[in-house]
Design a protein around this ligand. Structure first.
Ligand SMILES: [Zn+2]
Length: 606
């Protein structure tokens, strides 16, 4: 499981026959009582959907009914499926019959009711569902959307001083075609206003019975001055700039970068990086600077290079810390750094003539506000980069390729690999139907992967060798501390609370930075060779895969939540094969990077 740590409590229901077994003790093999363990959902869970998956286990020979319908029991004893939910309180009924008797248990879960619809008459509105709910900051030409909930079939208008007068709102259609939903929406485009005192939105609503209600928004509309721009500075060490308010991650900015804010709505700020280039970030990431703070802009000065045994470092003198974006290009291998609101001051560039890493450094003024530095590389495979400000200098560190061994018996010598068994300690990860913890499976196969890589000469570091609680950041920091070339986080997957557990299974690998694409492919192919279903080689973004200074990826070998995948994960021999496949994928990748070497036939598996 990648996305979140499920804080699931696994309620292992140890239930006893009420005849003949007076004292309780843990079931052992052979069992002497009817067995029923429910792993998911947990008693008291609240769900937002009309169905919930269930997962549990019984004796492999048992018969199990859920909500009165018989469900398949797998040879592991696992049973999974979907139960439908009504709004409010639901009791999910489990019944098991095995050679020792029968047992019935029910589990209470809660489904959140949908928004209560108002009666058409008497006329009413909901004071809580109004938008905007808090102050908004907008600029000329921005769109402001307003909405509220009330009795269906009414008519609504809104006004904002100097911005909108009696603008008609539309009622969204209801579930049945002949009734409205009672959800009213309106839109206005902000006109050009030089000075504006914050004002509320005034709504007027007339219900079907002719009753009129007037009310005002809780938040006020503020118009940002085109003369005195609103400037914010990033405060966190990691600030994500998104392409849309709920869109993809576009760039990651460090602390101390000044950005022009052009709108603020619903805890999201719209920022302008350069003329015509806008992105979105959480408002809490930005501290507003006093009015009159000048626009962020910079002139780019001289450029030079330094190097040590692991890195080539490009130093760029920059007059101010401006937002920047780094793009990695695979073919031809290059890095491009765009500095926004920046111009070149006539200077010089110095770099070593016969550098093994850097081929050329060039620049262009992409537009009047975008300065682009382009570094073409001699490395076919890139191994990492890190762009950051140190004082008034911008440094782009480019990781040198490891000097790979050409000896066939020590292919991985000089390669430093961090193996990260996902989750651990209080972060349990996914839990399977029979109660297997992902954190435990991850640790088991990770240790085997590490052993295989060491046998090939790699320097291997494990982020944890025990059931330790660790943050994602501390895992990456640990990899950095040993100067890792490759960071691999090993997991097993799971599905959400309302997904069909029998539909989703198989292997997947995840990467974000282009340099990690090749190894993600190699490991994925090796996992598929084992017979695991193809779930996908995914370009996506997670904390550990977003790191640019090393090759980083996540491997999700199989699904904890699929009963057949789970049986594989319960099998020690399969864990050996899975570990061998991951290690073989890493080796495939490294072998391809070895220069001037007669590439041996890659064995199918170790
Ligand atoms: Zn996981």
């Amino acid at each position: 499981m990648v996305v979140k740590n499920l804080f699931l409590c696994v309620f292992t229901f140890t239930l006893w026959l009420n005849i003949g077994f007076a004292q309780g003790f843990f079931p052992s093999i052979p069992p002497d009582s009817v067995r029923l363990h429910i792993a998911f959902p947990a008693e008291g869970d609240t769900l937002n959907s009309n169905r919930v998956r269930y997962a549990g286990s019984a004796l492999p020979t048992a018969k199990v009914w859920v909500q009165g319908i018989e469900t398949k029991v797998y040879p592991s004893g696992a049973f999974v499926g979907l139960a439908s939910l009504d709004e409010g309180i639901n009791a999910i009924d489990f019944r098991v019959e095995d050679t020792l008797g029968s047992l019935r248990e029910s589990l209470i879960v809660f489904r959140k009711p949908e928004r209560k619809t108002f009666a058409e008459i008497p006329t009413a509105v909901d004071p809580d569902g109004m938008k905007p709910a808090s102050d908004v900051y907008l600029s000329h030409r921005d769109k402001l959307e307003v909405e509220f909930w009330g009795s269906p079939g009414g008519q609504a208008i809104f006004s904002i001083d100097k911005i909108a007068k009696n603008v008609q709102m539309m009622e969204m259609p209801g579930k049945s075609s002949n009734s409205g939903s009672g959800h009213y929406k309106g839109l206005v485009v902000i006109p050009n206003l030089i000075e504006y005192k914050p004002k509320e939105i005034k709504f007027k609503f007339r219900g079907k019975n002719g009753r009129r209600i007037k009310f005002r928004s809780a938040g006020k509309v503020n118009i940002l001055s085109p003369v005195l721009p609103l400037i914010g500075v990033t405060i966190d060490s990691i600030n994500l700039i998104l392409t849309k308010p709920d869109g993809e991650i576009w760039m990651v900015l460090p602390a101390g970068i000044k950005i022009e804010i052009i709108a603020r709505q619903n805890a999201v700020s719209k920022v302008r990086l350069a003329e015509g280039i806008v992105g979105f970030t959480a408002s809490k990431n930005l501290r507003i600077l006093p009015p009159g703070t000048p626009f962020p802009s910079a002139s780019i000065g001289s450029i030079g290079t330094l190097e040590n045994s692991n890195w080539v470092k490009i130093r760029v003198n920059v007059s101010h810390k401006v937002p920047f974006e780094i793009q990695q290009i695979l073919d031809p291998a290059a890095l491009e750094v765009t500095f926004f609101r920046s111009r070149l001051a006539p200077q010089w560039i110095m770099y070593p003539r016969d550098d093994e890493t850097i081929r050329t450094i060039s620049w262009r003024q992409e537009s009047s506000e975008e300065f682009v530095l382009r570094i073409e590389l001699n490395q076919k495979q890139q191994w990492g980069y890190l762009g950051r400000y140190i004082g008034k200098q911008f440094w782009l560190n480019i990781r040198k390729a490891p000097v790979l061994s050409t000896q066939p018996d020590s292919t991985l010598k000089k390669v430093i690999i961090t193996i990260d068994p996902g989750h651990g300690g209080k972060f349990e990860g996914a839990v399977s139907a029979t109660g297997l913890f992902e954190k435990e499976v991850n640790l088991q196969y990770a240790a085997r992967v590490a052993g295989l890589l060491r046998a090939e000469g790699a320097a291997v570091f494990m982020t944890r060798t025990q059931d330790t609680t660790m943050t994602l950041r501390s895992r990456i920091d640990a990899a950095r501390a040993v100067n890792s070339h490759i960071f691999i986080s090993l997991h097993n997957n799971s599905i959400g609370a309302s997904t069909n557990p029998l539909r989703t299974r198989g292997a997947s690998t995840y990467y974000t930075v282009p340099q990690s694409q090749e190894i993600a492919k190699d490991i994925y192919h090796r996992l598929l060779d084992l017979g695991l279903e193809p779930f996908g080689r995914v370009s996506s973004t997670y904390y550990v895969t977003r790191q640019t200074d090393l090759i980083s990826l996540i491997v999700e070998a199989a699904f904890m939540t699929h009963p057949e995948d789970e049986m594989l994960l319960l099998d020690n021999e399969f864990l050996d094969e899975m570990a061998a496949a991951v290690a073989a994928g890493i080796k495939d990748f490294v072998v391809k990077q070895t220069p001037n070497r007669d590439k041996p036939e890659i064995p199918k598996l170790w």
